[in-house]
Design a protein. Structure first.
Length: 110
């Protein structure tokens, strides 16, 4: 009886992994022009997206110098800020995104 329960658990776990691999991500990165931190954040995020979200993400880069009205609408208090809108729950990460493990956790990939 216990063996059957273990098999069901493994199947359920594998199903969740497959669903995670198929999820589409909607990301918005708020940057301040071409400052060093903004450039590093964009580079780090693109590398993570290429490696872990290839073909299943949408990345919108928003320069707060060109679109300052979006700061208040999204309640942005620091840049660079990454917002993961989808999949739910939404998540915010502030900084240059150099801590890959932290970013992956924030995106729900590990």
């Amino acid at each position: 009886m216990k063996e059957k329960s273990t098999e069901n658990s493994i199947e359920a776990f594998e199903k969740v992994l497959i669903e995670k691999r198929e999820e589409h991500y909607s990301l918005r990165l708020y940057i301040a022009g071409t400052t060093l931190q903004s450039v590093i954040a964009l580079k780090n995020l693109k590398k993570i997206c290429d490696e872990y979200l290839a073909g299943r993400h949408e990345l919108e880069v928003i320069d707060i110098y060109k679109q300052p009205e979006l700061l208040q609408a999204e309640n942005i208090v620091a840049v660079p800020t990454l917002i993961k809108a989808l999949p739910e729950p939404s998540q915010r990460m502030i900084g240059n995104l150099s801590d890959k493990e932290k970013v992956l956790m924030g995106l729900g990939l590990i």
